[in-house]
Design a protein around this ligand. Structure first.
Ligand code: AMP
Length: 503
């Protein structure tokens, strides 16, 4: 078993990485999929403090762990912690220790099982030309296959994160120039990746060929900033410049910004779920206000599936913008008939179904005076396992509702995600197992309706889905996976088997 008690001995080495935590190996490990947020800054004297603030704004993208790596001209410093950014990076001593003018940071949210510290990013490695830190939002769909090949060739992995293959591929490249080495590595990975990487001279941003996960470029004074969402620019007062394009690598140095397009050119297909649930409503994604898009989804839902009701009630917080849109379009009053306790994390944080159900009860309560004796329309952005809907329909009846009509501002989720969003396997996706009437009965609602696939594209400002060249990655509803799923189709066991002998 590999157990590094203390990394402080490395502190005095050039380009070394200070890791103040012990790696914890456990037999139960996490799956590959993660939801994450990434950040990077180059050329600012308060690089790590700004990174901590940026990560705080991206906290909704991952609440289980956070980390920052900075470079001070001689040394890399790193801090990776379990828990919230505000609880871990609120200490001036930590920020002071993360010295330097450049930094990258990551917030992480694993899907199931334990999150172990060795999987918390930024991942860092010393290779033949110095240190290299990487932060990844997304999921590599050929990580297991690549990892098996690398392990067979003698590579020793320190984590079970899919991202680590990139470090190995980069370190093993025989090319001379940095960009050639880096490009050779990223050309081998498949799936969804928005990356921020730091070397002793460069901040690098990369978006996969379809641009599935978001990544943006901004400026703060003379410094350049990279982040998953514009809300991370807003918190530090950075100016949004542009999105990193699909398939683009940008390299930021003292000389400025260089852009490379090494991938085969393809039309962008950003993930539609960023608009539905994942991104913060005040963010601008793909030039569109997430809040406005969500409201339009509610309007479209009201057009497609009206309901005879007294009141529109959002499931907070995720259903609020769509419920406002639905209420405005239908002319039915909007009321906060469910109050959310903000001191409980997102329902999905709890890995076990039993705890997850308890989490729903802890999280929401009925605002009886807005519900009693009324026919209510409950609005949420999505149904995954159905846990939330079942609980809240019953909560509405317990609070005296006469009728409960459920309306969902995304189409039924019938297929799991492999690109970095937490979704269960098909057998646990409600819509993969029941038709709409079956789901309605399951949640005991008077009626149930989802927005149509073309309807959601309309809400996004299109005439409908272009089936020949779809504008978004929308496999959750359509089953149309836009990349190779090499690992899924490989016959080998998941990557954990590689660890079996070590544990
Ligand atoms: P469920 O209760 O399993 O049907 O999940 C649906 C609820 O979870 C909705 O209120 C969504 O806003 C929320 N949700 C949807 N997708 C995700 C996700 N990937 N991670 C966390 N929560 C989600």
């Amino acid at each position: 078993m590999c157990s590094h008690k203390n990394f402080s001995a490395l502190l005095n080495r050039p380009n070394s990485y200070a890791q103040s935590h012990t790696y914890g190996l456990k037999s139960q490990d996490d799956r590959l999929q993660e939801e994450c947020g990434v950040f990077g800054i180059f050329g600012h004297q308060d690089a790590s403090a700004i990174t901590a603030l940026g990560l705080h704004a991206l906290q909704h993208r991952g609440q289980e762990a956070a980390g920052i790596v900075s470079f001070d001209g001689v040394h890399f410093q790193g801090e990776r912690r379990m828990g919230l950014v505000g609880d871990n990076f609120n200490n001036q001593n930590i920020i002071n220790r993360l010295s330097g003018n450049s930094a990258v940071g990551h917030v992480r949210y694993s899907t199931t099982g334990d999150t172990v510290l060795r999987n918390v990013q930024p991942l860092f490695a010393e290779h033949s030309r110095g240190g290299f830190a990487v932060c990844h939002n997304g999921n590599l769909t050929n990580a297991h296959t690549l990892r098996s090949e690398l392990v067979a060739d003698g590579a020793i992995f320190q984590s079970t994160s899919d991202t680590e293959v990139l470090l190995h591929l980069f370190a093993r490249s025989k090319k001379r120039e940095f960009i050639e080495r880096f490009t050779e590595a990223v050309l081998q990975i498949e799936g969804a990746f928005a990356l921020t990487c730091l070397t002793n001279k460069k901040l690098i941003g990369v978006r996969d060929p379809l641009g599935i996960r978001p990544l943006l470029l901004g400026k703060l004074g003379d410094a350049y900033v990279l982040a998953s969402e514009t809300c991370a620019f807003d918190i530090v007062g950075a100016t949004y410049i542009r999105e990193i394009e699909n398939g683009e690598i940008i390299v930021i140095t003292d000389e400025g910004v260089e852009s490379y397009h090494p991938f085969k050119k393809s039309e962008p297909r950003p993930c539609i779920f960023e608009y539905i649930y994942f991104a913060r409503p005040d963010s601008i994604v793909g030039g569109k206000s997430v809040y406005e898009v969500r409201k339009r989804m509610g309007e479209q839902l009201a057009i497609e599936s009206p309901a005879d009701a007294d009141v529109i009630i959002p499931i907070p917080d995720s259903g609020v913008p769509a419920a406002i849109g639905y209420a405005q379009k239908s002319g039915i009053p909007f009321e906060l008939g469910i109050i959310r306790n903000h001191y409980v994390g997102r329902t999905f944080i709890e890995p076990e179904q039993r705890i997850r159900q308890l989490g729903v009860k802890l999280k929401h309560s009925a605002n009886r005076s807005m519900v009693e004796g009324k026919s209510v329309v409950l609005i949420d952005d999505s149904i995954v396992r159905g846990t939330t809907s079942v609980k809240l329909v019953s909560m509405m009846f317990e609070a005296g509702a006469r009728q409960v009509h459920m309306r969902i501002s995304s189409p039924p989720i019938t297929n799991p995600d492999y690109y970095g969003i937490d979704t269960p396997d098909k057998e646990n996706l409600l819509a993969a197992n029941y038709d709409i009437e079956g789901m309605r009965k399951y949640m005991n609602a008077d009626s149930l309706a989802f927005i149509s696939v073309n309807g959601i594209y309309r809400a996004m400002g299109h005439e409908g889905r272009n089936n020949n060249s779809p504008q978004y990655t929308d496999h959750c509803f359509t089953g149309d996976y836009p990349t190779l799923l090499t690992d899924k189709h490989s016959e080998e066991e998941p990557h954990l088997s590689l660890l079996a002998e070590v544990l």
